[in-house]
Ligand binder design. Structure first.
Ligand SMILES: NCc1[nH]cc(CCC(=O)O)c1CC(=O)O
Length: 305
């Protein structure tokens, strides 16, 4: 029986719903007669916002409920922020489609200061990402980095209430939610190397050739090539838990340029490496660069966490 309906499992945050609706609209454009529905679900990662992500079980929390819905037959596909997607998928599921990337950079958000360098000594910056914390402190050891989790609106409200002089968020989330005016500066990769997959949305689904064929027009090859390299690096270094790893690839005329970073949370030790190579070799490149990082001291940083 041909597929006539697709049910999209999604988290309930404004950003997740935006992303699910984006996929829904693009699918509908491709297949006007297809019936497409959203199935909003509460994920455990969203329920436990006051606890560091690494302690409640890592990134996988955001995707587990959605995967369960697909395995139980309540949903057909799930839309994820690629930054939150683990390296392995349960039996029967895979992630064949990665959509074109939005701005992958971190954004500096503040009501009083235009840039990181304008922050006064000892200013309080909110983020719960060890990757962001480590790079902030490497550049500005005087700053106080305070814990901040929650969805984009919650984080902004806390800053507006005066709890933070500035916060760091993914530019992509703000742009999607039409809050570009909140971005005072986007931090270049030299200052804040993004997380692997940041700014890209992926579609996970059952292993089903017919379903996959329907989704295929949404796949963006250049984004997928970049993420293959970024994710291979992260996978070789750890994958699951929240540790200070930056992994960012650019693609220029068929050549990948991959940069990796591992740091200590206090920003005192930072190991960087980079590599260039053909577009098709992203995965091998990511693994090799991870090994180079480990050999250059990242192994000691990770062991100390
Ligand atoms: N970890 C939460 C998360 N997962 C994806 C995004 C932003 C959107 C994206 O990277 O595509 C965010 C929020 C943030 O980091 O500010």
């Amino acid at each position: 029986m041909p597929i006539t309906r697709i049910r999209i499992a999604t988290r309930e945050s404004a950003l997740a719903l935006w992303q699910a609706n984006f996929v829904k609209d693009r699918l509908q454009q491709q297949h006007p007669s297809l019936q497409i529905e959203l199935l909003p679900l509460t994920s455990r990662g969203d329920q436990m916002l006051d606890i560091p992500l690494a302690k409640v079980g890592g990134k996988g929390l955001f995707v587990k409920e959605l995967e369960k819905a697909m395995l139980d037959g309540h949903a057909d596909i799930a839309v994820h922020s690629m930054k939150d997607v683990p390296m392995e998928f349960p039996d029967g599921l895979h992630l064949p489609v990665i959509c074109e990337r939005e701005d992958p950079r971190d954004a500096f958000v503040s009501n009083h200061y235009a840039d990181l360098d304008e922050l006064p000594r000892g200013a309080v910056v909110g983020t719960s990402s060890l990757r962001r914390q480590c790079q902030l402190l490497a550049r500005r050891p005087d700053l106080q980095v305070h814990f901040l989790r929650g969805n984009v609106n919650t984080r902004l409200a806390k800053m507006d209430a005066g709890e933070f002089d500035a916060i760091i968020l993914a530019a992509a989330g703000l742009l999607r939610l039409e809050m570009h005016q909140r971005i005072r500066t986007t931090l270049p990769p030299e200052i804040s190397l993004p997380a692997g997959g940041q700014g890209a949305v992926g579609i996970e689904c059952r292993r089903d050739p017919e379903l996959e064929a329907l989704l295929q027009p949404l796949h963006h090859r250049a984004t997928a090539a970049r993420l293959a390299a970024e994710r291979a690096l992260v996978k070789r270094l750890d994958g699951s838990c929240q540790i200070p790893i930056g992994s960012y690839a650019e693609l220029d005329n068929g050549e990948l340029h991959l940069r990796g970073l591992v740091g200590s949370p206090d920003g005192e030790t930072l190991v960087r490496a980079e590599a260039r190579g053909p577009e098709e070799n992203g995965e091998a490149m990511g693994t090799a660069l991870a090994e180079e990082l480990l050999a250059s001291g990242a192994d000691r940083i990770l062991a100390a966490l």
